[in-house]
Write a protein that binds this ligand. Structure first.
Ligand code: GTP
Ligand code: MG
Length: 295
């Protein structure tokens, strides 16, 4: 039996979190069509016939402009040397550019084997795949290159088999029923943030964060009370999140509540408020508070 850590590393929006959820068979990490969605390392465990694979989802590697982003990129880069194997996730539907070269150069220096997952192949005509694979094969010494779709699940098994080939033999690292290291409280904040990301654009997705002020366990009536604050950076962003007559915050709240009710298998009372905190992205104490780890 094999056992080990596989880090999912790549540029923002490549599909790392979608792939993590697919590989572990459950939603562990939030996903959005905006870049820089993932802000922390998230572990998701897969138990299969060949062994246990511990996946580590990481923030996308990008040029950091705030302390928040410096921490995010540090987490991603650190994880390259802290795992047994790296799975580089790249977007097959995008032309290879400068950011990809930067990533490839990082991966070329990795002290562990690197497998390339050429993701989003459902968006690409079949005859464009081979040239793209060839292009990537020249950029870094990948052990294997696997075309996949995290969205449809195509080639998921091929990718898993490739991981198992390069992982060490060993006993499972976690109990069979262990899924993720993300605490429930953090999951709540992430689900709310996912809905904020879904309904906002421009600068707001990057400059909002969610804090759980109070997390109450399910009471004897089967109700769970959750109190969260959505942080924005400027006073002018508040009315956007709240929406006309409160319509936006209501929509965000409803979607988050429904998903949390299904997840916790309980009725949820979700209280959302919006607060402005200037420059929170550069405030080390606030970053600590929202759980953005410093390496
Ligand atoms: N068509 C298609 N879309 C995909 C696929 N994988 C991911 N996506 C979409 O790509 C977008 C980004 O997905 P994420 O999983 O959030 O990407 P990520 O790499 O985790 O992004 P960051 O956390 O920002 O670094 C979402 O809109 C996904 O639905 C895929 O295989 N095919
Ligand atoms: Mg992600």
């Amino acid at each position: 039996m094999k056992a080990g850590f596989v880090s999912l590393v790549g540029r923002p929006n490549a599909g790392k979190s979608t792939l993590l959820n697919r590989l572990v068979g459950q939603k562990v990490a939030i996903v959005s069509d905006k870049p820089q969605t993932t802000r922390n390392r998230i572990v998701g465990v897969h138990n299969g016939e060949g062994g246990q694979i511990v996946f580590v989802d990481t923030p996308g590697i990008h040029r950091p402009l705030h302390r928040l982003n410096v921490r995010m990129v540090d987490v991603a880069i650190q994880s390259i040397s802290q795992s047994d194997l790296v799975c580089a996730v790249v977007d097959a539907s995008e032309a290879v550019g400068g950011g990809d070269q930067y990533l490839a150069d990082l991966l070329a220096k990795a002290p562990v084997p690197v497998i390339l997952a050429l993701n989003k192949i459902d968006l690409v005509p079949r005859n464009a795949l081979l040239p793209r694979l060839e292009q990537w094969s020249r950029m870094a010494p990948f052990k294997e290159l696997v075309p996949v779709s995290a969205l449809t699940g195509e080639n998921e098994g091929v990718l898993e088999a490739a991981f198992l080939r390069y992982l060490p033999e060993g006993e499972p690292l976690y109990p069979q029923d262990y899924l993720t290291d993300q605490p429930e409280r953090a999951y709540v904040a992430e689900i709310v943030r996912e809905k904020v990301l879904r309904h906002t654009r421009d600068e707001l997705p990057f400059s909002s964060a969610v804090l759980v002020d109070q997390f109450e366990e399910v009471d004897d009536k089967g109700l769970m009370r959750l109190y969260c604050t959505i942080l924005v950076e400027r006073e002018s962003q508040k009315p956007i999140i709240i929406g006309r007559g409160g319509s936006m915050i209501k929509q965000i709240g409803t979607e988050a509540r429904q998903e949390l009710e299904a997840f916790f298998n309980a009725r949820v009372y979700l209280d959302l408020r919006v607060k402005t905190k200037a420059n929170w992205r550069d405030d080390p104490r606030l970053l600590d508070e929202i759980g953005i780890r410093e390496e």
